[in-house]
Design a binder for this molecule. Structure first.
Ligand SMILES: O=C(O)[C@H](O)[C@@H](O)[C@H](O)[C@H](O)CO
Ligand SMILES: [Zn+2]
Length: 299
């Protein structure tokens, strides 16, 4: 048995930390603080962190082939230039929905940037329902819409053979799967592969490991869970010392470490005293499984 170690590596006090992405070339972890309109880059060697502030809630960040990053800001897919701290819009969605913003996003194995939207929350998980949609930004710059009626568009990833797309609409309390056509980027045949148990609370961000098992961060559940999407069984629970765990990714040497983001917004003063590391970045080692490198946006 490996021994699991959980450590807060950065006390960032994020209001809503999200979208952890390992940038191997820089030995760094990228992540965002959505309501703070901030994207951060934590250097795992020097332990220093750099920030870039944008003009609207920034809900996800991803690598971009060749240069810089891409991000979802407000209802825009954007290109980020870290050197001159600029964000340039590549496409806008949900133009008719003024109260919407993007939420979680991730790049598929063919370099398309997938991200979904939601209505802005008045408090965590309190929002006008069915306002969101799922989109992707293709490498040629055009946007495709997959479906609407989403409550809180969240975790997403692809199976190791690229034939399945996994997706979470948080308020369905379900992890869903679709057949995936990597050539065209089309999805079909939606089904549930796991329904969360009550104490697991709200499914949020998600990533896959090299055994094809899914890791889901449970918002309000203070844990990440490992799921077998083939049997629909939970294989493992790893609890963290903070309740509002939002997302997870693998990183570090050979992608053998897991990084977890979390939130402070929505916590009362008493819980904040009990969980002083809320809003920080956690590193989990000793899981005995590895992840895969993130795909870069190919446009
Ligand atoms: O992190 C996210 O994905 C959302 O933007 C958050 O607001 C929470 O997940 C949500 O409140 C819980 O469902
Ligand atoms: Zn999320």
């Amino acid at each position: 048995m490996s021994s699991i170690k959980i450590e807060c590596v950065l006390r960032e006090n994020c209001r809503c930390g999200e979208s952890p992405v390992w940038e191997e070339a820089a030995n760094s972890l990228l992540f965002v603080d959505i309501p703070a309109k901030k994207v951060c880059r934590w250097d795992s060697l020097s332990k220093s962190v750099q920030h870039m502030t944008v003009d609207a809630p920034i809900s996800s960040v991803a690598l971009r082939q060749g240069r810089g990053y891409v991000a979802t800001i407000g209802t825009k897919f954007c290109a980020l230039n870290w050197e001159n701290q600029s964000a340039v819009a590549l496409a806008t969605v949900d133009k008719d929905k003024k109260n919407n913003r993007f939420n979680d996003g991730k790049v598929d194995p063919a370099g398309r940037y997938f991200a979904g939207t939601m209505a802005e929350e008045t408090a965590p998980a309190v929002l006008e329902r069915h306002q969101g949609s799922l989109y992707s930004l293709f490498p040629d710059g055009h946007v495709e819409k997959y479906f609407d009626q989403v409550d809180i568009s969240n975790g997403l990833d692809w199976s190791l053979d690229h034939k399945i797309f996994y997706y979470i609409d948080s308020l369905s309390y379900s992890v869903d799967a679709f057949d995936y056509d990597l050539q065209t980027g089309k999805i079909s045949n939606r089904r549930s592969v796991y329904k969360l148990e009550k104490e697991e609370q709200i499914p949020d961000g998600m990533c896959i490991d090299t055994e094809g098992k899914l890791w889901v961060a449970c918002y309000n559940g203070g844990r990440v869970i490992r799921l077998d999407p083939e049997t629909g069984k939970r294989l493992q629970t790893v609890k963290l010392p903070v309740d509002k765990t939002t997302s997870c990714c693998f990183g570090g040497k050979d992608y053998s470490e897991m990084y977890v983001t979390c939130a402070r917004d929505g916590m009362d003063p008493e819980s904040l005293l009990k969980q002083p590391e809320a809003g920080g970045i956690f590193k989990i080692t000793g899981l005995g499984v590895k992840g895969i490198p993130p795909y870069p946006y190919a446009g």
